[in-house]
Design a protein around this ligand. Structure first.
Ligand code: ARG
Ligand code: ZN
Length: 880
């Protein structure tokens, strides 16, 4: 039975204060919760009190100090109901027992490598005690944690530490108090043997904040980059958003078993250790960038999420979309803005566009859900961030900043909605944002079709624009809202370009600060002072999350690549040029166009500026992914044909530019003894060097093998080592197997590095790979209980190996179905996540589609599926 946004009602009771006393034990943790309750004036008078609870053993329950009679309450698998609770404020004292060792779902209180930790978002707190486990129930928490001192010398909670001491033989305790009212999903505790890397930050308003990063014993050194990122995040949020930290301590704990990336618990962020631990020996440049971004993301939640939280889970994008936008801005300021923007869009297109085009399409603010944990999606996060970005584009940076201040001021301490967010911007701008708000409710990626005509006589250039939602599941879901759907408000950043450069004299009354706002289904923009036919540069900086359809020719795109001032669109032009070849090459009936013109243009580009911005050049040289090509094709996908077309184009580029690429590698090599630095400029040099290696190997596998082996032997960074290993992995033979074996031996004690090793093998595009993956499942370093291991091996196979996952015989689908079913009883969240690997199955050619349907049916036939998996499999099969 789905939960609907339209059915939202305030809770009938409020909990003002919570005192928790938690005595940690591996199998029998005791929780005493003292709740100060009262009827909610906004709720229904006289209603029963229904508390959520799951996998709890109730030991006792008292009201105002008196044990409740058994007939005063009812306990089910999911609730505790108190009949006719008092109309006055009252206190409930509930004692429960839980088994953290048996908690394989990693929701609620569990143990990871012997460390007690928690994950409560979205609805895990009910697995710790009976509670009103909903985000609009804000309470002030005091937590006493007790544990065996040997087993858990470190005891951490939300807020500030209050006291600590002895608690009987061998045991000790700590009390934490969080003065800021919060929903239960932000509760956290940690108990374990952990090392601490400490630091300090003084806020703009003079508060001395103690910082701590807690990691597995012996790994404190590897927390240095994360600590530095915390300090930079705190300083940046003060400067960029005026947000100041509000507690005396800020702690981050790294755990090795974690369902997601990280969690923003108040004052006590808990992280998947892969987003904390980094050393030059073990982490790639991409790892460093991800650590910086996720540390920032969770820290920024302290305001966008914690101080202002969500009224209900339909509003998830209110905190996630906004916080992704904020962390993207942070990373852009820390690194290269243009390069980062391209990365953001690559992620959006790789993850969100397919989701929006497939059976799991949903609005950024869903109207209903069966299982909320299935809605922590690219749509809610990444498209949600794009909506915030469009708002800034439409209002201008200055008005946007005032709107943010207004939002934080008006909504501080509340559980808010998307409407509250937009109201703040409407108030400071005087603008009506009702039409803009449609972005939150409309699933699917809009297509904007643009055609231009030049009139030499009048020196004008006219653009005709048209927006529509393409047919597909998304359009079906916005039932009735199809062709006649009211238009979205789409900011189109644009400019005109000629063979000699940007046409600065071309102007239009309808373009302000380089942006035209498309607010109707069709519209027309006319530029003056355009003596010769120009090329239009559309959606500069990717100003809206849409697909663009134009009649641009190869010649037009070559002009944009060479002359546009917008780096994003220069990169986009290179992608479009490549895509034209890839799409044609993927269709058996179509003729392969000659790539020489494109390759020549890339060569000219490299000669001109490869060394001035290597990170950008690396992106320009990177051919669109197989998944991008599949989505450009749209239907009747043959993954083998796509793979072949992509290989062919890489080979053409590698061959055409061979001499340049080898020279580039020499020019970019680091002089011996260069110390490692993870900064963006150094990372950019490594990126370009390694793209060049990949193209060299595509052109000449023998030369590629030799160079990769040399690089592997000499590498001083994980980035270079892994890039070399990835190149070798594509070339069958003894060199590959020897390199893989040596790598595994070298990193036998480094689970996070072995994850990379699993992933590389899972993505080899050869028929033997499925057998290899099955074999690796019994490798001693692999564990089905660890989400990182499962994602690396099985997730990489299904999400990043299109030819092998989509084997024509269906064996890849069977394998994924098997794994999902094996995992579902112990960790349904991860099982459901893996299952989204089938997300684009409707696009496949009929033979593969039939095989995928069989595997999905096999999953659906299991009678005891979790809600997580049955929700996904149901949506997946009902579409189409
Ligand atoms: N709020 C976390 C973040 O994005 C994600 C937690 C999601 N957890 C879950 N079980 N759905 O920062
Ligand atoms: Zn988040």
């Amino acid at each position: 039975i789905p939960i609907r946004l339209a059915d939202y009602r305030p809770a009938d009771h409020l909990i003002d204060r919570v005192a928790l006393d938690i005595s940690l034990d591996a199998h029998a943790t005791r929780v005493t919760a003292t709740l100060n309750l009262r009827p909610n004036p906004a709720g229904q008078r006289g209603a029963d009190l229904v508390l959520d609870g799951e996998d709890l053993t109730l030991l006792s329950i008292e009201r105002d100090g008196v044990a409740l009679a058994p007939d005063a309450y009812t306990v089910t698998d999911t609730s505790l109901t108190l009949r006719q609770p008092p109309a006055e404020p009252f206190t409930l004292t509930i004692r429960t027992q839980i088994d953290p060792t048996a908690n394989t779902r990693l929701m609620g209180l569990y143990r990871s490598n012997g460390v007690y930790c928690t994950q409560c978002e979205a609805d895990g707190f009910r697995r710790i005690t009976y509670f009103l486990d909903r985000p609009d129930c804000l309470a002030v928490y005091t937590t006493r944690i007790e544990a065996d001192r040997g087993e858990a010398p470190v005891l951490l909670g939300n807020g500030n530490p209050v006291e600590a001491g002895e608690a009987g033989p061998g045991r000790h305790y700590a009390v934490w108090h969080d003065p800021h009212p919060k929903p239960a999903y932000l509760f956290a505790l940690v108990g374990g043997r952990l090392d601490r890397l400490g630091g300090a930050f003084t806020t703009r308003d003079g508060r001395a904040v103690e910082l701590g990063i807690y990691v597995e014993p012996g790994k404190a050194e590897r927390a240095a980059y994360a600590l530095d990122a915390v300090i930079r995040s705190m300083a940046w949020d003060e400067k960029a958003f005026g947000r100041i930290y509000d507690l005396d301590v800020f702690n981050v704990v790294a755990v090795s078993d974690f369902n997601m990336g990280a969690m923003e618990n108040k004052g006590l962020n808990i992280f998947n250790d892969r987003y904390v631990l980094a050393s030059p020996e073990t982490a790639t440049d991409a790892d460093y960038a991800a650590i910086e971004a996720i540390i920032a993301h969770e820290y920024f939640h302290n305001w966008s999420g914690n101080r202002v939280t969500c009224r209900d889970w339909f509003q998830l994008c209110l905190k996630e979309g906004l916080t992704v936008f904020r962390d993207q801005e942070f990373s852009s300021d820390m690194r290269s803005r243009a390069v980062h923007r391209i990365g953001e869009v690559r992620t959006l297109r790789a993850r969100q566009f397919p989701e929006d085009a497939g059976p799991l399409a949903h609005p950024v603010r869903p109207q209903q859900y069966a299982e909320i944990n299935n809605f922590y999606t690219a749509t809610v996060y990444e498209k949600g961030a794009e909506i915030v970005r469009m708002l800034r584009t439409l209002l201008g940076a200055e008005t946007f900043a005032r709107g943010m201040d207004r939002y934080f001021a008006d909504c501080d301490g509340t559980a808010a909605t998307v409407e509250d967010f937009l109201a703040a911007f409407a108030a400071v701008s005087g603008r009506d944002l009702a039409a803009f708000a449609r972005w939150y409710d409309r699933p699917g990626t809009p297509v904007v079709t643009v055609a231009g005509e030049h009139d030499a006589a009048t020196g004008t250039y006219t653009l005709h624009l048209r927006q529509e939602l393409p047919p597909g599941p998304a359009r079906k879901e916005s039932a009735g809202e199809t062709d006649a759907a009211p238009a979205l408000v789409i900011p189109v950043a644009l400019g005109l370009v000629g063979p000699q450069g940007v046409l600065r004299d071309a102007v239009s009354d309808r373009v302000r600060d380089g942006v035209f706002v498309l607010e109707r289904t069709t519209d027309t923009v006319t530029f003056r002072n355009v003596p010769v036919a120009p090329v239009v540069s559309l959606f500069r900086g990717f100003s809206a999350p849409v697909r663009v359809a134009t009649e641009a020719t190869e010649a037009d795109r070559l002009i944009l690549l060479a002359q546009d001032t917008d780096p994003f669109n220069r990169w986009q032009a290179a992608q479009d040029l490549a895509m034209a070849h890839l799409v044609a090459g993927s269709r058996p009936e179509s003729q392969r166009p000659n790539p020489d013109g494109f390759v020549t243009a890339l060569g000219r580009f490299l000669d001109g500026e490869a060394l001035s911005d290597p990170a950008f050049a690396a992106l320009v040289l990177t051919v669109p992914s197989e998944s991008d090509i599949a989505h450009a094709l749209g239907d009747t996908i043959d993954p083998d044909a796509i793979h072949q077309a992509r290989d062919d184009l890489r080979q053409s580029i590698g061959t055409g530019l061979f001499a340049r690429l080898t020279r580039l590698r020499d020019d970019l090599s680091d002089p011996a003894g260069t110390p490692f630095s993870p900064d963006a400029a150094s990372a950019g040099r490594r990126a370009l060097r390694n793209v060049a290696l990949d193209l060299i190997a595509a052109a000449d596998p023998q030369e590629g093998t030799a160079r990769a082996e040399r690089q592997l032997a000499a590498a001083t960074t994980m980035t270079d080592r892994l890039a070399a290993l990835s190149v070798l992995a594509l070339i069958p033979g003894p060199a590959r197997e020897a390199a893989l074996t040596a790598f595994a031996e070298r990193y036998a004690d480094e689970p996070l590095v072995l994850d990379k090793w699993f992933a590389i093998q899972a993505t080899i595009p050869e028929d033997e790979t499925l057998d290899r993956v099955r074999r690796l499942q019994s490798h001693p370093a692999f564990a089905m209980t660890n989400p990182n291991r499962v994602r690396s091996l099985v997730g990489s196979f299904s999400a990043a190996n299109p030819t092998q996952f989509n084997r024509a015989d269906g064996a890849g689908y069977d394998f994924l179905a098997e794994t999902v079913l094996a995992l579902d009883p112990t960790n349904p969240q991860i099982a459901a996540r893996l299952l989204t690997g089938f997300g684009s199955w409707r696009m496949l050619e009929p033979g593969r589609q039939a095989k995928a349907a069989q595997s999905l049916a096999a999953i659906g036939a299991r009678p005891t599926l979790s809600r997580d998996v049955s929700d996904i499999v149901g949506r997946m099969r009902n579409s189409g």
